[in-house]
Design a protein around this ligand. Structure first.
Ligand code: PGA
Ligand code: ZN
Length: 423
């Protein structure tokens, strides 16, 4: 089967900002569309997302955020090279690399390359009469990932109502994804109720659907979530544990870690101790970006003193980038990686990063972005790649629930196993 048509165009994401969509039509008449996500607390080392800041493509009413340059790159440069080609993910990704050999995809824009690469993967799966999950894992049992879900949000996603970005929960005692999700929804609802009773403005929903309830300290925020877990009748530790996304690049000034709500600044050494106290004294099993994206020495020092079995997760540190992952492996900077396709720019090289991480005993967490859309390919990638974990935000908003619902669908219709990386 061949590609007969490829069209890029601008659509809206969950924040109402423009993002890139690509629709790829095959010679059997079917059309396959992918829309790309976008971050807000983006790492400096991510692949380059093209936005029309100034220049001839800038649209008046999108505040410099339109993506018409990236769209034009799909229609002017990419489409003519792919039309008439056999539908095949490797062919498409190789062609994208030929057209833009830069590591960060800055010439075409990673939002352009990823839209085409994803639409290509979805179309290739169709050409084999398979779902996207089955395209990557055709035979046997599909591994449904353990979710990591926002309850409280702060940082760049919620007007800094918390110093850190997220307090999340991991339902590690659940026997199935279906059960896990029912626990999560109950805990989120309980947290909203408790917040309201305590006089917080709980109608404020953060970018990823978490509750934007203000706390001046991370300990207080964690204890609030612990109370919510206990109040729904679940056991903290055996049923549900906590995870934090510190997103510390956001408050590191090159020298000090500045926690504004706590009204305290920490030197690197002090912040390592502070983080170690948090994870030692609270039921936290995963910590993301505890240190800034280029503060490599703090990461490796923390790895040496941190509790055994703690998941130390690199997001801004690693940006789904093979070179940075290899450095982290050599320097023992982390033991887990967040996998975000749009940090990388291509489906096949995102998978290569995940494979390299797994080969080096890293946990892998496939992740959405704060700017999302209704697509559910993320659930298929996490499952088809046997990632082990998935992070999508909260259980609020269809751009989040489309991913959870796809996992529910896979668990209902396929032969599956619910993965627990924390056993
Ligand atoms: P972002 O946040 O999508 O705004 O970068 C998500 C995260 O930090 O995990
Ligand atoms: Zn993060």
């Amino acid at each position: 089967m061949k590609i007969s048509k490829l069209v890029g165009y601008q659509v809206l994401d969950s924040r109402g900002r423009p993002t890139v969509a690509a629709s790829l039509t095959l010679t059997d008449g079917s059309t396959h569309t992918a829309r790309v996500p976008s971050g807000a607390s983006t790492g400096a080392h991510e692949a380059k997302e093209l936005r029309d800041v100034g220049g001839k493509f800038a649209e008046k009413f999108y505040s410099g955020l339109s993506v018409q340059q990236a769209v034009s790159n799909i229609n002017e440069y990419i489409a003519p090279k792919l039309i008439e080609e056999q539908i095949d993910l490797e062919t498409i990704d190789n062609q994208l690399v030929l057209l833009d050999p830069s590591e960060d995809h800055s010439k075409l824009g990673a939002n352009a390359t990823l839209a085409v690469s994803l639409a290509g993967a979805i179309a290739a799966a169709h050409s084999q009469n398979r779902s996207l999950a089955r395209f990557f894992n055709p035979e046997g049992v599909l591994n449904i990932p353990m979710p990591m879900v926002n309850i409280l949000s702060g940082g760049a996603h919620a007007n800094r109502s918390l110093d850190i970005q997220d307090v999340l929960i991991i339902p590690k005692g659940a026997k199935s994804f279906t059960e896990a999700l029912s626990w999560i929804v109950a805990i989120r609802e309980m947290a909203a109720k408790l917040g309201k009773a305590a006089g917080h403005t709980t109608n404020l929903i953060a970018d990823e659907g978490g509750l934007a309830i203000a706390f001046d300290s991370t300990e207080k925020a964690c204890n609030f979530v612990i109370t919510a877990i206990e109040k729904v009748g679940l056991k903290v530790g055996s049923d549900v544990s906590l995870a934090l996304d510190i997103a510390s690049t956001q408050f590191f000034d090159g020298n000090k870690y500045n926690l504004t709500n706590l009204n305290k600044s920490f030197s690197k050494e002090e912040f390592i101790k502070y983080i170690n106290n948090l994870v030692s004294n609270l039921p936290i099993i995963s910590i993301e970006d505890p240190f800034a994206e280029d503060d490599w020495s703090s990461w490796s020092e923390f790895m040496q003193i941190s509790p055994k079995n703690l998941q130390i997760l690199g997001d801004d540190l690693l940006t789904t980038n093979l070179t940075r992952l290899n450095r982290a492996i050599t320097e023992k900077s982390a033991n887990s990686i967040l996998i975000k396709a749009n940090q990388n720019g291509l489906v096949s090289s995102t998978l290569n990063v995940l494979k390299q991480a797994r080969a080096n005993n890293f946990n892998t967490v496939v992740s959405a972005r704060s700017g999302e859309n209704e697509d559910s390919w993320l659930a298929d990638l996490a499952t088809g790649w046997s990632a082990g974990q998935i992070k999508v935000g909260s259980t609020h908003g269809s751009e989040r629930n489309s991913k959870w619902n796809r996992l529910l669908e896979l668990e209902a219709i396929e032969k599956t196993k619910f993965i627990n990386p924390f056993n």
